[in-house]
Design a protein around this ligand. Structure first.
Ligand SMILES: Cc1cc2nc3c(=O)[nH]c(=O)nc-3n(C[C@H](O)[C@H](O)[C@H](O)COP(=O)(O)OP(=O)(O)OC[C@H]3O[C@@H](n4cnc5c(N)ncnc54)[C@H](O)[C@@H]3O)c2cc1C
Length: 379
């Protein structure tokens, strides 16, 4: 596999780097305290065309590949993980429609998502179940030309700002995971509530909401795929999206490494910059090496997922698992190199430390990635 970036990919990377440096980095620290941060992020992403990055040009998007998206997201996460996560949740909804939408559904929804008239979200998790998707209890009952959705969804990224949510609900409770169906719930025509905005440890510049569907009427023509296709769709989407969580991990880890190297050159202890101590230099060597290994795994998975051929579920899980755990390790090392200042809010490393922690949890915990990988190994 060729890991050299093409001319186009280099341009995507450069443009995203410039966008992240100019537009995201200067506001990243506001993520912790500004309740309107996520909405402003979405507007910014829309203005720069990023909400439609993967949407084909015929639906008013940028027509770029899943690999381009991963490269761009890595640069964004380097500046602001919250904004990267806002884009990630939007794109989970985009993936659902691109993968299982009919031409008519694509025509109706993708241009709205590309332009930012709709902000997307992906609502699978419930209060009593996250990892065990088959155990969801939200239900959808057919009522002539509509479905009635009842239930609530927990920890939904973009929950408080989303106007188009792909909701997973049981249409047949006797069928386990085969009884789950997926619906595009457009806030314009279907009412749902946001019961709670979560108060989080990190990525505080994202909106994480509990969504409540109470006799929520959704047109039958908004169902994605056939009844019972919902579980398959969720897994297809997560397989494709996990490399982009890996890209978020690369971005935040790179930011931490850069910050630690800057700090180590300036901080003088025992009469010399700490960057001159061998223990610190070796730490940088280890951090950079693990980060590069993670990048290769993420790029491999993203290339496979982007090509869409064959199976890449294992590679995708490996990329997410290794990159997120590497980000945790690298950011922790980088904080240690900052000494006491690393523990203070004046230095961005404190926020990076809190922000990175989500990467081992959402879109499947590290334990679930290990289940997927070992399942492939032992089958
Ligand atoms: C900030 C944030 C944003 C999120 N955004 C979204 C979103 O946009 N959409 C959405 O649908 N969900 C979202 N989630 C939910 C997230 O995907 C789940 O929290 C995650 O999948 C874990 O589910 P859980 O919290 O129910 O943990 P549980 O499933 O209850 O797991 C608890 C612990 O047990 C472990 N565990 C579970 N099963 C096994 C097993 N078989 N073997 C070994 N260990 C196991 C888990 O790894 C975990 O450590 C978000 C969560 C957070 C915190």
């Amino acid at each position: 596999m060729d890991f050299e970036l093409s001319e186009t990919e280099l341009m995507v990377q450069r443009t995203a780097f410039q966008f992240a440096t100019k537009e995201l980095a200067p506001r990243a620290a506001e993520a912790d305290d500004d309740p309107d941060f996520a909405r402003r992020s979405a507007e910014l992403l829309a203005r720069h065309g990023y909400l439609g990055i993967m949407i084909p040009e015929e639906y008013d998007g940028q027509g770029m590949t899943g690999f381009d998206y991963v490269i761009a997201k890595e640069q964004m996460a380097r500046a602001c993980l919250s904004t990267g996560a806002t884009l990630g949740a939007h794109n989970l909804a985009v993936y659902c429609i691109m993968l299982m939408g009919t031409p008519e559904q694509k025509e109706r929804f993708l241009p709205l998502l590309a332009g930012g008239e709709r902000i997307g979200a992906f609502a699978l998790t419930e209060a009593n179940t996250g990892s065990d998707v088959a155990a969801i209890v939200a239900g959808a009952t057919r009522d002539n030309s509509h479905y009635r959705i009842n239930g609530s969804k927990q920890f939904i990224t973009n929950g408080g700002i989303a106007s188009l949510v792909v909701v997973f609900a049981k249409t047949d409770r006797s069928q386990g995971h085969r009884g789950i169906s997926a619906f595009v719930v457009d806030k314009e025509s279907s009412a749902f509530g946001v019961a709670k905005e979560e108060n989080k440890m990190g990525i505080r510049g994202t909106s994480t909401g509990q969504l409540v569907f109470d006799e929520c009427l959704v047109l039958a023509e908004n169902r994605l795929g056939a009844e019972g296709d919902g579980f398959k769709l969720a897994m297809m989407v997560l397989d494709r999206a996990r490399p982009s969580v890996g890209a978020q991990a690369l971005g935040v880890a790179q930011a931490a490494l850069d910050a630690a190297m800057r700090y180590a050159r300036e901080r003088v202890v025992f009469g010399e910059p700490i960057a001159d101590f061998q223990a610190i230099r070796f730490a940088f060597a280890d951090m950079a090496t693990r980060l590069d290994a993670a990048r290769l795994l993420v790029y491999r998975a993203a290339k496979l997922a982007s090509a869409g051929k064959g199976r890449f579920s294992k590679e995708s899980a490996m990329a997410k698992l290794y990159a997120s755990e590497t980000a945790h390790w690298v950011v922790d090392r980088a904080l240690q190199i900052h000494g006491g200042y690393g523990y203070m809010k004046e230095y961005p490393i404190e926020r990076l430390y809190r922000d990175q922690r989500i990467l081992e949890i959402y879109e499947g915990t590290s334990e679930i990635q290990r289940l997927i990988i070992s399942g492939h190994l032992l089958k």
